[in-house]
Design a protein around this ligand. Structure first.
Ligand code: FRU
Length: 476
């Protein structure tokens, strides 16, 4: 332990204590989504099941609701409903991570949890911090109890990466396959092309490059937060590419987030299928997957968007910002990745009711809602509150439109959609998640309605509606 480590670990609980008082009357706090105790949250990190608990680590800026130097915050849960705030797992206290313990992943072995991350360093000087002046170091924290990190070590530095990459090489995702460990790192080349570096290791500590994966044509300048996994027999390369220009309904956000089906062998000859955006709402980025003990492939995304023009009033009003998406179970069907809320969330449902839709229907909403709609009409219109959020489907387009009051700069997102059979809406106090046709497309957003106690529907079909009890958050 060094002195900086000691002092930071004393300071974080002090600012979190301030958050405790602010949380009490904060109507913007979510009921069934993970949030930071205070300050800022971004990417999910180190998602895993280890020794009887799920673990969600995350990019945490405890001292600054608009960002700041990143720590790893930590939630644990036996069932994805009852959550315990664990002490900060890792803080920037080493020469190789002094300007941020950046994103990474967990490798859960029987007797220890290995947390791989990127140590961010910005050297003092007149640098651009892309091609010069930045260290992106591969580092590892090890814990046996899943909570307290016993040691941190540096594994690779920029000089160890291929010669043609810039300083931006980060976000290790590690997994074990047969008797080998594999790791993917997202990279920006010196010629501004996004790519994936694939490494292999026998001992978890020494890594050698075994492949580079990229597209035939340049696809963005940087691939953040990569993940490579097999679901229902199909390999998927998930990534958050930066630098895609908006092209009609494609890439409407400042940065995209999506996947390529990968055919062949990620260690050798491969081809990538067409890129599909994972979520086309305003707020979804840097998702990471893990495997539940029953074998389900589950994804959690950050319900936020870096460098977006829109904002969240919570930062100024109550000293915190951002949340995670609900955990979603992934499946490969009909040549697509489907994402639907994990079944554990159904235990939060109460007060179920059904309504037949024929023309105009007005429904009363509680503070949290799970709504399942079977659509039989050829158009559909839903409006929450005073048009705070409007979902409209007609003429092959599904639109999500937020009011000026509720959107804080978020306006409209559009999804080409010829067939709408089923729509599921998870409505929390300040978030909305839409699951289209069983999860073949999703749209996630934050929003800040003044009074979201009604839902008006114009359409044909039927709805099933539940109030959602809050999850339990055991704050430290
Ligand atoms: C994605 C990202 C990662 C990085 C982390 C820093 O949102 O930029 O690439 O590791 O956030 O917080």
């Amino acid at each position: 332990m060094n002195a900086l480590h000691r002092d930071l670990n004393r300071l974080v609980p002090l600012v979190e204590e301030r958050g405790r008082a602010q949380r009490k009357d904060d109507q913007t706090r979510l009921r069934f989504h993970l949030m930071p105790p205070v300050g800022w949250l971004n990417d999910p990190n180190g998602l895993c099941w280890y020794q009887g608990n799920y673990h969600v680590f995350y990019q945490y800026g405890p001292f600054d609701p608009t960002g700041g130097v990143k720590f790893w915050g930590h939630w644990s849960s036996p069932d994805l409903r009852n959550w315990k705030q664990e002490p900060v797992a890792m803080c920037p206290d080493q020469p190789w991570d002094i300007h941020g313990v950046y994103s990474g992943s967990a490798l859960a072995e029987d007797d220890a949890l290995y947390l791989y991350y990127t140590g961010n360093v910005k050297y003092a000087g007149d640098y651009d911090y892309v091609y010069e002046g930045r260290g992106h170091n591969l580092a590892l924290g090890i814990t046996r109890d899943g909570v307290h990190i016993e040691s941190k070590m540096l594994l690779m530095e920029n000089k160890d990466y291929p010669a043609d990459v810039s300083c931006h090489v980060r976000d290790p995702k590690v997994w074990k396959q047969e008797d080998t460990y594999y790791m993917v790192l997202g990279a920006r080349t010196k010629r501004d092309r996004g790519e994936l570096l694939v490494y292999a290791s026998r001992d978890r500590l020494h890594w050698s490059l075994c492949n580079t994966i990229t597209t035939p044509d340049v696809f963005g300048y940087m691939w953040e937060c990569p993940d490579l996994f097999c679901v229902d027999g199909q390999w998927i390369l998930s990534l958050s590419p930066q630098g895609l220009e908006q092209d009609g309904c494609k890439y409407q956000n400042v940065y995209s987030c999506g996947y390529f089906p990968l055919y062949g062998d990620f260690r050798g000859a491969y081809t990538l299928g067409d890129y599909v955006e994972s979520d086309v709402g305003f707020d979804y980025y840097a998702p990471q997957t893990f495997v539940a003990p029953d074998g389900r492939r589950i994804v959690i995304g950050w319900m936020g968007m870096p460098d977006a023009a829109y904002t969240n009033p919570t930062a100024e009003q109550s000293g915190w910002q951002h949340c995670m998406s609900v955990p979603r179970e992934l499946h490969w069907k009909e040549g697509k990745v489907f994402a639907a809320p994990v079944r554990e969330l159904e235990e939060l449902r109460e007060n179920g009711r059904t309504e037949t839709l024929s023309g105009h229907t007005q429904l009363a909403l509680g503070e949290g809602t799970d709504l399942l709609l079977d659509n039989t009409g050829d158009s559909l219109h839903l409006s929450i509150g005073k048009d705070d959020a409007v979902i409209h489907w007609d003429d092959g387009l599904l639109t999500l439109t937020l009011s000026e009051n509720a959107g804080y700069g978020r306006t409209q997102r559009v999804l080409p959609l010829d067939r709408l059979i089923h729509l599921r809406l998870l409505i929390d106090t300040t978030s909305l998640e839409l699951f289209v046709n069983g999860g073949e497309q999703t749209m996630s957003t934050r929003y800040y309605p003044t009074k979201a106690d009604t839902l008006a529907i114009d359409g044909q079909g039927a709805v099933q509606l539940y109030d959602m009890r809050p999850m339990t958050f055991q704050w430290a």
